[in-house]
Write a protein that binds this ligand. Structure first.
Ligand code: ADP
Ligand code: MG
Ligand code: MG
Length: 906
């Protein structure tokens, strides 16, 4: 028996059985459009009779070198007989002709596929017959001239303009504005002229044989699967090339039969806000694409209630039924023929992030979907988009039309920003802080020295670098909209101007950037600022996400204001507080430097004693903000030279003073220079830092631990619930912990006693960021009470890449060449770094079952990495406060996909 290549709309049961019962399979076989036409037929919605030729037939046709597979055409003819029976008309019969449309439709809707051809089956004879039948010559001529035009351009590949020119010049000569102004005779003339266009371009006549029309149209649909636009799109969207497209042949219904007929498109809810209100347009006396094409001004769908009340009521009933059936907002197409309603398409409607969230939450309230479904529908990217200031698509379109598009780069960090351009960090910061300007910092690329300017800026643009450049990483971490690698921009740092796309922008002039699309505009575009507290539906959805998730979401926060934001965004703890930031503050830095340069213990202790109250109040603020939740404080981590003045700059100053013969202060500078040079390390990131520094110079961390516990006790005595966790960075061997941790614990206990605090739950633990620590986690867990994966360093050291160098030099190439699937600093490398984590969790919990495990690297905010943390059995992920809502959703998605699984909760 030959394969079944063709399914009537009434045969969707059979298609379902063939693919093993899955709806996804039916969509794969019949295409989205065909599957839903069948489904609507099955649930009793009025759909014109028709059938679908499968994607398998398309693939077989293309594989055989453009030959219909055996039996396919016969099956189409047999199906056509059924359609004739159902419609009471006959294809090609002048006495009562059946007309059909030929429509493409792949599993996923995609651009580049063949446009629909309407009115197939019309020729000189059937047209005559139809005129007799309908007594409506104008309508028939209109349909016929549309067929010749559509068939000519879509199937035969004649440029549209060839037909449009003919139509326009004719209309102009007749003084007709709209197509509807043309009379039956005018349209008859059009048919003749369009036929001439076909003959001129192709050398043969417009095919009069209806079967030939159907065959050519079907082949054209198959071919469109391999059109350039379709292939390009599939590459970009990651759609497989072997899916193929289906062809649906649908009995024509006519919206252009007079003023009791019409056609329209609608969304069952507002696709931009999600509001539960029919949203759409229609046109009376029109066919197919007229509504979308904007040839005539359309009417709001609500007006249909008075134009065609019966059809309108039926339409409202049917769309309600469709929503109930698909349990999603639908995007529908319909036609009304002489008062009778026909549905021609339905699919899940595309919508904005805001609408996605509102619809999901509303549908739970309406008992249409479960909380789990609601949570799974919204993507982490959508949540992210909702929390960044944004330009709406319309604003950007209009700006582009006005020629304001300045450049396009990599969309590094989402959100929209407008501001005045400054070309260096110091000026950017000054303008923002002192002059209260909205600032956009523009640089060829950024370096760690530029961070103060970047943080003061509303947005960042660079002309070099990719999605993982310093600018991109920092921008994402701090939620600053950012476009990088906009290589068409030429920046002249001397003249303080930049040029691109024929425009010149001087320092201080306004630009706008959209971090979600990578576009940069000249001038100020209007933004709207979303606010989580006001986004009731999003808050609700995230609460459901928390109920579903096993992983908790904590935040990386160094300051109380970050902690408060994190908490407002739903963080259940602080996973990383970097204490060194506190050392950098201007009034503290001289003391820090004095402490570092101290030659004796006494001098050092004195400086530390001065720092202690600062640290204590920093910690008190954090504990206060996180009342009831754990706060992990990491002891000093970076190499000390980072706190010292820049060696080269200092050297320049010294040389200049010598040359000029200045002596005042020279000796101090020379001494400082000697000291800094003495601290030089050839590989500081692998040098004296982290726990090594603490062992080398324990006074610093001893002061820090004292400050932590004094603050903890003070807050506890005020009635705040404090849960401090002290984190020791960069452990490589358990011996390091055995050396330092007991000293620190002793200080903690001593402070508790001094302050008379009896009950305080605290922990001492370590970061796992050196491969050796992961490998020996079983030993380390005997001492450490918690692990936190520092996956930035762990990734660097596991790969042996220096991150900054890698991202600047070879990483992009590696990803392009497929040597690395993704940038491992953005998405956790499961096969290597991930295996180390897995090992560490398993062996750590073997000796300490209640071991608390988290992650505080940048990966903690990345949905794919969060999923992995769920699988490994982490208790929490910790990320930047801005990412917390995104991470909460991602944590829920992981639980939905894999079950709560694995370990005990905290
Ligand atoms: P697209 O994928 O571009 O939306 P469609 O196949 O949905 O293409 O068809 C284009 C237009 O033609 C739509 O407005 C659709 O409703 C209309 N149309 C398609 N088939 C028929 C038909 N059999 N009768 C009337 N209108 C039709
Ligand atoms: Mg359509
Ligand atoms: Mg580290």
């Amino acid at each position: 028996m030959t394969k079944k290549w063709v399914y009537l709309f009434t045969e969707v049961d059979q298609a379902e059985a063939y693919v093993g019962g899955s709806w996804d399979g039916v969509r794969g076989l019949m295409g989205g459009k065909g599957a839903n036409l069948g489904e609507m037929t099955r649930i009793g919605v009025p759909v014109p009779p028709g059938f679908t030729v499968t994607t398998e037939a398309c693939n077989a046709y293309l594989a055989a070198g453009d030959k219909f597979p055996e039996g396919m055409w016969d099956q189409m003819m047999a199906a056509l007989k059924e359609v004739e029976k159902a419609s009471g008309k006959k294809f090609g019969d002048p006495a009562n002709p059946l007309l059909v449309s030929c429509r493409s439709g792949a599993k996923f809707s995609m651009p580049g596929m063949m446009d629909t051809v309407l009115n197939i089956g019309l020729n000189d004879e059937t047209a005559k017959g139809m005129i007799q039948l309908t007594k409506n010559e104008r309508f028939v001529n209109d349909s016929y001239r549309r067929l010749v035009m559509m068939f000519g351009s879509v199937v035969l590949g004649i440029p549209d303009e060839a037909f449009e020119e003919v139509l326009d010049s004719y209309k102009a000569a007749k003084g007709a504005k709209l197509d509807t102004d043309l009379t039956a005779d005018d349209l008859k003339e059009m048919i003749a002229r369009f036929k001439a266009v076909v003959k001129n371009h192709k050398g043969f006549d417009f095919p009069q044989d209806p079967f030939e029309q159907m065959r050519l149209a079907t082949e054209a649909v198959f071919h469109s699967w391999n059109g350039k636009r379709a292939i390009d799109y599939r590459r970009k969207a990651g759609i497989r090339d072997d899916l193929g497209t289906a062809v649906s042949i649908v009995t024509m219904v006519f919206g252009n039969m007079g003023w009791d007929s019409g056609t329209g498109v609608a969304f069952t809810r507002d696709p931009s806000t999600g509001e539960k209100k029919m949203f759409g347009e229609y046109l009376l006396n029109a066919q197919g694409e007229d509504v979308v094409a904007g040839i005539r001004n359309t009417e709001k769908i609500a007006n249909m209630a008075k134009d065609l009340p019966e059809a309108y009521n039926q339409f409202m009933d049917i769309t309600r039924k469709l929503e109930l059936h698909y349990r999603n907002m639908q995007d529908v197409e319909f036609t009304i023929e002489r008062g009778r309603l026909w549905m021609l398409q339905t699919r899940d409607g595309k919508r904005t992030a805001a609408a996605e969230v509102k619809i999901a939450v509303d549908m739970v309230d309406e008992d249409l979907i479960t909380k789990e479904t609601a949570v799974s529908r919204v993507t982490p990217e959508q949540v992210d988009a909702l929390l960044h200031p944004q330009f709406d698509a319309k604003t950007m379109d209009e700006a582009e039309k006005k020629g304001q598009l300045f450049a396009k780069g990599v969309n590094a960090s989402p959100g929209a920003a407008s501001g005045q351009v400054y070309f260096d960090a110091d000026t950017a910061e000054r303008m923002a802080k002192e002059h209260k300007q909205a600032v956009i910092m523009v640089r060829p690329f950024t370096k760690p020295d530029d961070v103060h300017g970047m943080l003061a800026a509303k947005g960042i643009v660079t002309s070099e670098g990719g999605a993982t450049s310093h600018a991109a990483v920092v921008a994402r971490q701090f939620g600053v909209p950012c476009v990088v690698g906009a290589s068409m921009i030429t920046i002249d740092l001397e003249k303080r101007v930049m040029t691109a796309n024929g425009a010149l922008i001087k320092e201080g002039e306004w630009i706008s950037l959209d971090g979600a699309t990578g576009k940069v505009f000249v001038g100020e575009l209007k933004t709207s600022v979303p606010n989580l507290e006001e986004q009731k539906e999003l808050l609700t959805l995230l609460t459901w996400a928390d109920e579903i998730a096993r992983l908790q979401v904590w935040a990386n926060a160094d300051y109380p204001k970050d902690a408060r934001r994190a908490r407002a965004f739903g963080a259940k703890g602080i996973g990383l507080c970097r204490t060194e930031h506190m050392f950098f503050e201007t009034e503290r830095l001289p003391t820090v430097q004095r402490m570092i340069l101290a030659k004796t213990h006494e001098v050092r202790q004195e400086a530390l004693n001065e720092l202690l109250p600062f640290q204590r109040s920093d910690f008190a603020g954090l504990f206060n903000a996180m009342d009831g939740y754990p706060v992990i404080i990491r002891l000093i981590d970076p190499p000390l030279h980072e706190f010292m003045p820049d060696e080269e700059k200092l050297f320049e100053e010294v040389v200049e003073m010598r040359v000029r013969g200045e002596t005042k202060g020279l000796a101090e500078k020379e001494n400082l220079l000697t000291a800094i040079r003495g601290m030089h390390e050839s590989n500081p990131m692998m040098g004296l830092r982290g726990v090594r520094l603490s062992i080398y110079m324990p006074e610093i961390v001893e002061m820090q631990v004292r400050a932590i516990f004094e603050a903890a006790c003070d807050e506890t005595l005020k009635g705040i619930v404090v849960k401090p966790e002290v984190m020791i960075p960069l452990t490589g061997t358990v011996k390091e912990l055995e050396w330092i941790q007991p000293r620190l614990v002793r200080i903690a206990k001593q402070v508790l006693e001094e302050k008379g605090v009896k009950e305080l739950s605290y922990k001492f633990g370590t970061m796992i960021e050196i491969p050796r620590a992961a490998v020996t986690a079983g030993e380390i867990a005997k001492v450490a009470e918690f692990f936190s994966f520092g996956t930035n360093d762990l990734t660097q050291m596991t790969f042996g890449y220096s991150r900054d160098d890698a991202e600047r030099n070879f990483l992009i190439k590696y990803v392009e060449e497929g040597i690395l699937e993704k940038n491992p600093f953005q998405t956790l490398d499961r096969g290597g770094v991930g295996r180390l984590m897995q090992m560490a969790v398993t062996e750590g919990r073997a000796v300490r079952p209640a071991l608390e495990v988290g992650i505080c690297g940048e990966h903690g905010g990345d949905p794919n990495s969060i999923e992995f943390c769920h699988l490994v059995g982490n208790n929490y992920v910790s990320c930047s406060p801005f990412r917390v809502p995104v991470a909460r959703l991602a944590a829920a998605h992981a639980a939905l996909k894999h079950g709560k699984g694995l370990t005990q909760d905290l």
